[in-house]
Design a binder for this molecule. Structure first.
Ligand code: HXC
Ligand code: NAP
Length: 257
């Protein structure tokens, strides 16, 4: 059962990038369950449609690539024209893989920066211009903890997420006067996700879980709960914050994420 009131987002309109799978999908399910109408953006139209069919008529697929600023602007403007405004934006779209810095190509580095960082900027700016500068709103960026220390084979993703944290703080200051709160959630390793399956070294699961103070990986609904809090009026004074939800993993020392 949810810890939040079931009508917490009644009448609100949200957009979740990366909402077709994994953590993003869990965030969409939670927003829908608490009353919101939620558009989901990703490149794979078939997967978006399947997710929307599973989550019901208040989940709307919007196929698009967050790297394409013009396409993003058109999709966000279309959503606002249909729904009247955009109250909540969750930037969850990301790409990642393990690669040593020495052999990662410049294009590989740039691809991850373009999806994670430029994509977050493109969608945030489109949301600001189409609705939030007039009506206010809440933006929640999905970050990570891998740049708090140094994580080998993650120079691209660590750089991308560090920039997202900087963007979170900068836009919180620049857009605060318009009634827009900008925050981030930084998950640790989360069960049943593409991210964990791509990044968890073979045979390391048990050791990694033991190294976490809460002695386990996170679960998708736990990240959704952190996002619901930051997007809701319960966090009405919170802006520019990065909420770490990782069971204490990064504090306890070297690990993958
Ligand atoms: C080295 C790689 C690579 C790999 C791709 N590249 N995979 N380099 N090792 N495993 C390089 C390619 O060689 C190419 O450069 C460049 O990256 C672009 O590759 P494309 O395949 O053309 O890119 P694209 O089709 O845009 O796909 C993006 C992608 C892909 C990121 C590469 O994996 C993707 O779509 N991922 C989305 C799903 C995902 O990654 N989910 C996990 C999120 S988890 P060259 O020079 O060779 O042409 C996450 C966790 C973060 O973000 C924090 C965790 C703690
Ligand atoms: P995931 O299921 O692969 O989610 C990534 C999503 O981003 C996919 O739905 C993908 O959809 C979308 N996406 C990728 N490139 C895109 C693009 N160019 N344009 C639009 N959408 C794009 O992985 P996940 O593990 O759940 O990760 C979700 C978020 O949590 C990410 O921000 C990730 O960095 C963060 N995170 C995850 C973990 C973890 O343990 N899993 C830990 C820390 C942080 P399409 O392929 O359809 O485009």
């Amino acid at each position: 059962m949810s810890a939040f009131r079931s009508d917490l987002f009644e009448g609100k309109v949200a957009l979740v990038t990366g909402g077709g799978s994994g953590i993003g999908r869990g965030i969409v399910a939670a927003l829908v369950e608490h009353g919101a109408t939620v558009a989901i953006m990703g490149r794979n139209a078939e997967r978006l449609e399947a997710t929307a069919a599973e989550l019901g008529s208040r989940c709307v697929p919007l196929a698009g690539d967050v790297r394409d600023a013009d396409a993003v602007t058109a999709l966000v403007e279309g959503l606002v024209a249909r729904c009247g405004r955009l109250d909540v934006l969750v930037n969850g779209a990301a790409g990642n893989f393990l690669a040593p810095a020495a052999t990662l190509s410049s294009k590989g580095f740039r691809t991850v920066l373009e999806i994670d960082t430029v994509g977050t900027y493109n969608v945030s700016r489109a949301a600001f211009l189409a609705s939030m500068r007039e009506a206010g709103g809440a933006i929640v960026n999905i970050s990570a903890t891998l740049h708090y220390g140094g994580t080998p084979m993650q120079v691209h993703a660590a750089s991308a997420k560090a920039a997202i944290d900087a963007m979170t703080r900068t836009l919180a200051v620049e857009w605060g006067p318009a009634g827009i709160r900008v925050n981030a959630v930084a998950p640790g390793p989360i069960e049943d996700t593409e991210g964990l399956s791509r990044l968890l070294p073979e045979g390391m699961r048990a050791a990694m879980e033991r190294s976490i103070p809460l002695r386990r990986f996170g679960r998708i609904p736990e990240i959704a709960d952190a996002v619901l809090f930051l997007a809701s009026d319960a966090a009405s004074l919170v802006t520019g914050a990065v909420l770490v939800a990782d069971g204490g993993a990064w504090l306890a020392g070297p690990a993958l994420m």
